[in-house]
Write a protein that binds this ligand. Structure first.
Ligand SMILES: [Ca+2]
Length: 262
């Protein structure tokens, strides 16, 4: 194999490494919101929700509004869904929280939060700092933290990606709002599956198999050439006359080295 071809192989190997790294990155997310109520998602536990003067939950502010697929957009608020609101200011020690349950355990890599509620942004009630953790064992955990994020103070959907992780229960903890001393709220919570592209993976494995075969051939040919070279040096030695052995030995080495470089 020529050195040029060897160089090409190195480049291919480097490219494959880059591809493999990119493939492992948490960038491939599905398009179906797994936790949407219409897809079988549920809210199984939560810290609290807004209540009226009689202590009754206010449907327009109920926690289930987080997975109803309805959003406050601009000046439009759905009549029956303002978002989720809790009374009391969340802190890292005493967060507002919700546990969502998927229909079954899935590999997930993305959550999306829409902070927008019927409360105007300037009230400072919208969600700010959050922590996301997951469990495969039960609503009460144990939970594994996948990330802490800041939800910016804008009425837009915000995407948070993380290393793919198996999950059935997903816990959202809100540890601060944007300054209100009344409570905290948000509009919608979404969860997306990490899609492992079988086709892409198969192609990558196939390409790496080919590369490995090439590398093995290259190694074997190098070994063969080395053996040939050593054999030539050994067999050439007895033919060298005693009086000018150094000069001929140098020639033999030069020839052998030249052969090795072809
Ligand atoms: Ca909603």
């Amino acid at each position: 194999m020529s050195s040029a071809k060897w160089t090409i192989l190195i480049v291919i190997a480097a490219a494959l490494t880059v591809n493999a790294t990119a493939f492992a990155a948490p960038t491939v997310a599905g398009t179906t919101n797994l936790v949407a109520a219409e897809n079988g998602g549920k809210i199984v536990k939560f810290s609290g929700q807004a209540v009226d003067e009689n202590g009754q939950p206010i449907p327009q502010w109920a926690v289930t509004n987080l997975i109803d697929g309805k959003h406050v957009v601009g000046s439009h608020t759905p009549e029956d869904s303002y978002g989720w609101s809790t009374q009391g200011v969340p802190t890292p020690q005493d967060p507002a929280w919700v546990v969502f349950k998927l229909p079954e355990q899935r590999l997930i890599s993305r959550v999306v939060i829409d902070p927008t509620t019927d409360d105007p942004e300037w009230l400072g009630r919208w969600v700010k700092n959050v922590r996301i953790s997951v469990s495969t064992e039960g609503v009460d955990g144990p939970y594994k933290t996948v990330g802490t994020y800041v939800v910016v103070r804008q009425g837009i959907k915000q995407t948070f990606d993380f290393t793919p992780v198996e999950a059935e229960w997903i816990r959202l903890e809100i540890t601060s709002n944007w300054g209100s001393d009344y409570g905290v709220g948000m509009g919608e919570f979404e969860v997306y599956e990490a899609i492992v592209g079988d086709d892409v993976l198969d192609q990558l494995i196939s390409r790496m198999d080919t590369l490995l075969t090439e590398l093995k051939r290259y190694r074997d040919s190098q070994r063969y050439q080395q053996v040939q070279q050593n054999t030539e040096e050994v067999t050439a030695q007895p033919e060298v006359p005693a009086e000018d052995g150094n000069a001929n030995a140098d020639d033999a080495n030069t020839n052998a080295e030249g052969g090795g470089e072809q």
